[in-house]
Ligand binder design. Structure first.
Ligand SMILES: Cc1ncc(COP(=O)(O)O)c(C=O)c1O
Length: 411
């Protein structure tokens, strides 16, 4: 029907499960909220590892894309992302890919280096092509990522020797699901002191700081406090989203207290994209084993990944869609919702409150826009990969990926 905009529920009924739907309107609103709260002068770099399917559809609302592998880079090429928006990052850049990107896109791309060897790799490729590329150096936070401070200082001290690279600043990322302001403060202080040292000791003026925030995203419903009535899913989800704004405001204050006055770009993944995603899976079997109700679904933990879901004990926000159109957000029939993998770990939620669960009921898991489709054991058991859709009110539904037979990849 011309101009007809289907609801999520219709979408999923028509397309079948398992499937992901990523809502671009929700995503763009989220990015606007983040930008408005942090202020125009703070750049936003979307860490595309969190969800590559939205790349290209948010070019106007992000300043950069952080790209960490040749595969992610090819997605950017396919999506025709402006190369000026690409930060080519990642702990291991392969020589063949680096030579290709430097030759093809010249100095459009901003490169990172995570080791002395990787620094030379980019420098040599640029020299070979007779060009100079911009680069930021990732400082380590004590793991396999980034460069040790001593080595980083040596590179800076010798920078005039490297004819293919113009070092413009520092990159820092230490971890995900973080909201401890004291730790943020320490890390920003460290960046300040490093930048100051580089200036005082080596007359190096950093123009840029690219800081991965690893902002915390609340995936789970809170447990009711003793004596307090349980909040509805809607209320508790709204509370969590208010907390998001508070985290941004407090972080923004810390940024304004920094001595560094150059350009700051924040690398963010899950905090941007988690809320735009919904994952749909259908109940395909039911059983009552040793006094416990089980619902088996056609998806599982190889397709849904809520960071911090401890042994399926926590409850995400969800809806139960019945084939007669009824929708429930809870109920009194608690069941363990398990996926279709042959592992005892394939528990999505233990004791999930449902309403008279029946075969073919669809469970919609909210806030599944980040990492579910990229960081899970998607090929385990050679089960098919789910369909992926993008949705926006203006344009309706777009299929990004049809169901993919995984057995082909495993034999
Ligand atoms: C360098 C870097 N930047 C940004 C991110 C995104 O982190 P998050 O999704 O927690 O925002 C990651 C995640 O691994 C990362 O490795």
């Amino acid at each position: 029907m011309n101009g007809y905009k289907p609801s999520y529920d219709e979408i999923v009924k028509n397309t079948g499960t398992p499937a992901y739907v990523f809502d671009l309107d929700v995503l763009r609103d989220r990015l606007k909220m983040i930008k408005d709260t942090l202020g125009e002068e703070i750049g936003i770099c979307y860490a595309m590892k969190a969800n590559p399917f939205v790349v290209g559809d948010i070019d106007e609302v992000v300043d950069r894309y952080e790209v960490c592998s040749p595969g992610e880079f090819k997605i950017c090429e396919k999506a025709e992302v402006p190369m000026k928006k690409v930060v080519l990052s990642g702990v291991y850049k392969e020589a063949v890919d680096t030579k290709r990107t430097v030759a093809a896109y010249k100095d459009d791309i901003l490169y990172t280096a995570e080791s002395v060897n990787q620094f030379h790799l980019v420098n040599d490729a640029a020299v070979e092509n007779g060009i100079v590329v911009n680069m930021i150096l990732r400082i380590t936070t004590g793991n396999q990522f980034g460069i040790d401070e001593v080595e980083l200082c040596e590179i800076i001290a010798d920078r005039a020797k490297y004819k293919g690279v113009n070092i413009v600043g520092i990159q820092h990322f230490s971890g995900t699901q973080r909201k401890n302001l004291k730790i943020y403060k320490e890390e920003l202080n460290y960046c300040d002191s490093l930048i100051k040292k580089l200036k005082e000791d080596y007359e190096f003026e950093a123009e840029e700081l690219e800081f991965g925030t690893g902002f915390f995203f609340e995936y789970f419903q809170p447990k009711a406090k003793k004596g307090e009535a349980e909040m509805s899913q809607e209320e508790s989800e709204a509370n969590a989203r208010r907390e998001d704004v508070i985290l941004l405001e407090e972080f923004s204050k810390l940024l304004s207290e920094m001595e560094f006055s150059g350009r700051i770009t924040l690398e963010i993944g899950r905090f941007i994209v988690a809320s735009c995603g919904r994952y749909y899976t259908s109940i395909v079997d039911k059983k009552h084993n040793c006094d416990i109700d089980f619902c088996i679904v056609d998806g599982g933990i190889h397709q849904l990944n809520y960071f911090g879901q401890m042994m399926a004990m926590k409850k995400p926000w969800y809806r139960q869609l019945k084939s007669n159109g009824e929708i429930y957000m809870g109920g009194s029939d608690n069941a363990n919702v398990c996926g279709s993998l042959c592992t005892i770990n394939d528990n999505l939620v233990k004791g999930m409150p449902l309403t008279n669960p029946q075969l073919q009921d669809i469970l919609e898991f909210k806030n599944s826009g980040a990492y579910s489709m990229t960081e899970t054991a998607a090929l385990f058991l050679s089960r098919d990969l789910p369909k992926v859709f993008l949705y926006e009110k203006e344009k309706g539904l777009k299929m990004m990926r049809d169901r993919v037979e995984a057995f082909e990849l495993n034999y």
